[in-house]
Every structure is written in structure tokens, then in C-alpha cells.
Design a binder for this molecule. Structure first.
Ligand code: HEC
Ligand code: HEC
Length: 337
């Protein structure tokens, strides 16, 4: 795997290798190594244990435009490694330059995710992984066509055989299934862990890791700002849905979580995004409507959209001073360094 990041935020998990002392674990099981600040091993589905070969296949698929209808778009077109697996486009651009209506989120720490997509319509990475292939605004293909392309590529047959050695199939091409493709992509995504930031080191008693501004910003985050109420847990995301007022006043406003549940209370609610790596993932919010972190801080200082009748009760105008805005920004940036 490549480690070509300009900074060491992302620790692509590496193999420690299950030693004899771990008993039942199969020899090739990957053990995720957790960076400082991530204290829990993410859940791994029983029917998709992490293995080196599966992660390798998933990484290859992730960066390969072979999955798209025009052979030009890969997962990485919209989830770029150097941008913490997001893009700088306001909304993402797929095959033939077709624009979707949402901003591509970072894929860091999705291993901890209980729901995926801004509206949480997908419940597992295995379920999520194939959807972009069939989305007309993203990869614009079909699963059947993508599998045909993969199945006729000799090198992929090899990768699938290594990744699924126990599968009881005669020909290698028969190993190229939707289920295996999804399992491999999900396995790769589970290794994209982010921690070890200046904030994590500070919390780990390395008190010089944060400068004065960022330290004040952390305090604001946890007190007056009330940010912690939603950006909670080691991943700075509660895996829940809230209406912060983004898009209020737009007649075509995206309905958010309502699209997944049909419940009135879920109108305009979105999944809280992680704040890890956020300095590189501009623009912000589900619609990419805020161009910079400065704009995000102004947005929260106003209390989101205070006139929105569905606004989360956790938000109110903060009326931050210029010093406080600078400090909150320093904190957000320190989470990415
Ligand atoms: C054309 C751009 C584009 C491509 C290509 C693309 N994605 Fe995405 N991805 C997005 C956008 C936009 C969203 C948010 C969509 C939504 O919430 O409805 C998203 C959301 C996700 C999420 C959910 C993240 C979260 O926070 O819940 C995952 C996981 C993901 N993509 C993985 C992939 C994988 C794997 C591939 C390749 C098979 C892929 N994406 C291809 C644009 C793209
Ligand atoms: C009521 C829950 C809640 C509170 C409180 C809250 N946030 Fe958020 N935050 C969210 C949700 C939900 C989104 C996504 C909203 C959307 O896209 O429509 C978000 C988005 C963001 C983003 C953009 C991330 C991205 O990848 O696009 C940043 C940065 C952010 N919040 C920082 C903060 C800060 C700083 C505070 C405190 C001043 C704060 N948040 C308070 C729920 C909350």
C-alpha cells in the first residue's frame, strides 16, 4: 500500500499478523492498529473478517476506473487520498461530468459508521460499496457489466482467488461476484483510520502539542460552542442525524434523513460528519455550500439558520468574538495535523 500522504494523519492500518498466542484467529487476519485518540477497535462483520489479500483487492478496485461505465471514474475520483478521501468540488462530478446534488464526504474512520451517506440510507460498508457503480451521476454502470469487465481481466481473477481462497468455485472468473467485490471494497475502507492529531496528542498528556489558540478552541468546542453534543466520540461524530439549518430557504432543499425513513421528524436532518481531517475536505456540508472553515465557524456563530423551525435544539446563536472564531479555527485545523 502507498503511504504518499503529505502528513502522517492517516495511518493505513497494517498487519500485525495473528500470532499463535491469539488462538483461534485465522493466520492471515489483519489486526487494525489504532492511532492515538482512537480507543476502540471498529466492529468487523463476522462474515467479512479483515485479511491482507481482501484489503489489497479492495484498494485496487477503489483506484480503478474499470468499475465505471465510461472507464474514466474510480471511487478515488471523488474520494481522493490526498484530500483525506474527499474532493474539492462543491458537489461531485461523475461519468460524463454529470453532477450529483451532494458533496463527497471523507471516508476516514467510516469503519466506525453505523449508517452511511448523508441521509444514512445504507447500514453497512458492504451494502454501500456497490451503490456508486449503479448511480447514474457517479459511475454510471451496472453491477452486471462491472463484474463482466472484472471477470475478463486475468489479473483480477488472481486477486479474487487470493482474497477468497476458501470459496468453493471451479473457475477463477466465478469468484468475481458482487458479494466479493463489496466485501473487498468494504475491507479496504475499514483500514482508513485517522487519529494521532495534535488534539489527540494533547489529550494524551503531551501538553505542548497544542498552541494557545487551539487549546482555547478545544475549550470552546467543549463549552460555549456546544459542538461536542453532536461531534462526540473518538471520531468527533455521534453517528446521529440533525438539522443544523443548512439549505434553509432553498425551495429545492434536499430532504436529508427523511429520504431514508419517511419520518416527518427526519426532514432536513443529516448525518453528523467526522471533524477528523476536516482542514483538507473543503467545501463543507452535505451540499458543499460553505467554501471554507471560516465560513463554517461564521455559520455556527450565527446559530446555523436560526429561523428554521426544524432547527436542532442544540444550536443557538453563539455570537463568537473575533478571538473566539480564530481559536475555534485553530482547534479544527489542529485536528487535521
Ligand atoms: C462521482 C463521485 C463519486 C464516486 C465515483 C464515488 N463516490 Fe462515494 N460518495 C460520493 C458522494 C457525493 C457521497 C455522498 C452521497 C450521499 O450522501 O447521498 C458519497 C458517499 C460515500 C460513502 C458514505 C460516506 C459517509 O460518510 O457516510 C462511502 C463509504 C463511499 N461514498 C464510498 C465510495 C466507494 C467505495 C466508491 C467506488 C465504488 C465511491 N464512493 C464512488 C461521491 C462519489
Ligand atoms: C446539532 C448537532 C451539531 C452541533 C451542535 C454542531 N454540529 Fe457541526 N455538523 C452537524 C451536522 C449534522 C453537520 C452536517 C450538516 C449538513 O451537511 O447539512 C455538521 C457539519 C459540520 C462541519 C462540516 C464538516 C464537513 O465535512 O462538511 C464542521 C466543520 C462542523 N460541523 C463543525 C462544528 C463546530 C465547530 C461546532 C460548534 C461550534 C458544531 N459543528 C456544532 C451537527 C452539529
Amino acid at each position: 500500500m502507498r503511504h504518499n500522504l503529505p502528513f502522517s494523519l492517516i495511518l493505513i492500518a497494517f498487519l500485525i499478523g495473528a500470532s499463535e498466542s491469539h488462538g483461534q484467529a485465522p493466520a492471515e487476519t489483519y489486526v487494525l492498529s489504532l492511532p492515538i485518540g482512537l480507543n476502540q477497535t471498529p466492529p468487523i462483520p463476522e462474515d467479512n473478517p479483515l485479511t491482507e489479500a481482501k484489503i489489497r483487492l479492495g484498494e485496487k478496485l477503489f483506484f480503478d476506473p474499470i468499475l465505471s461505465g465510461d472507464g474514466k471514474i474510480s471511487c478515488a475520483s471523488c474520494h481522493q487520498r490526498e484530500l483525506n478521501f474527499a474532493t474539492n468540488d462543491r458537489v461531485s462530478e461523475g461519468v460524463g461530468g454529470r453532477k450529483g446534488n451532494r458533496n463527497a464526504p471523507t471516508l476516514l474512520n467510516r469503519a466506525y459508521g453505523k449508517h452511511h451517506f448523508w441521509d444514512g440510507r445504507s447500514g453497512s460498508l458492504e451494502d454501500q460499496a456497490l451503490q456508486p457503480i449503479e448511480n447514474p451521476d457517479e459511475m454510471g454502470s451496472s453491477i452486471a457489466e462491472a463484474l463482466t469487465r472484472l471477470g475478463s481481466a486475468a489479473e483480477y481473477q488472481e486477486f479474487f482467488r487470493e482474497a477468497f481462497p476458501d470459496a468453493d468455485r471451479e473457475a477463477s472468473s466465478e469468484l468475481v461476484t458482487a458479494e466479493h467485490t463489496a466485501k473487498a471494497l468494504a475491507s479496504f475502507m475499514r483500514t482508513l483510520l485517522s487519529g494521532g492529531s495534535q488534539v489527540d496528542r494533547f489529550r494524551n498528556k503531551e501538553y505542548t502539542a497544542l498552541n494557545q489558540d487551539a487549546r482555547q478552541g478545544l475549550w470552546l468546542f467543549e463549552s460555549k460552542g456546544g459542538c461536542w453534543r453532536c461531534h462526540s466520540t473518538d471520531n468527533f461524530a455521534d453517528e446521529d442525524f440533525h438539522n443544523t439549518g443548512v439549505g434553509f430557504g432553498d425551495p429545492n432543499r434536499d430532504l436529508g434523513r427523511f429520504l431514508a425513513t419517511g419520518a416527518d421528524a427526519d426532514r432536513f436532518r443529516y448525518k453528523t460528519p467526522t471533524l477528523r481531517g476536516v482542514a483538507r475536505t473543503a467545501p463543507y456540508m452535505h451540499d458543499g455550500s460553505l467554501a471554507t472553515l471560516e465560513e463554517v465557524v461564521e455559520f455556527y456563530s450565527r446559530g446555523g439558520s436560526p429561523d428554521d423551525p426544524g432547527l436542532s435544539l442544540h444550536l443557538k446563536p453563539l455570537n463568537l468574538s473575533d478571538d473566539e472564531k480564530r481559536q475555534l479555527l485553530a482547534f479544527l485545523r489542529a485536528l487535521s495535523e
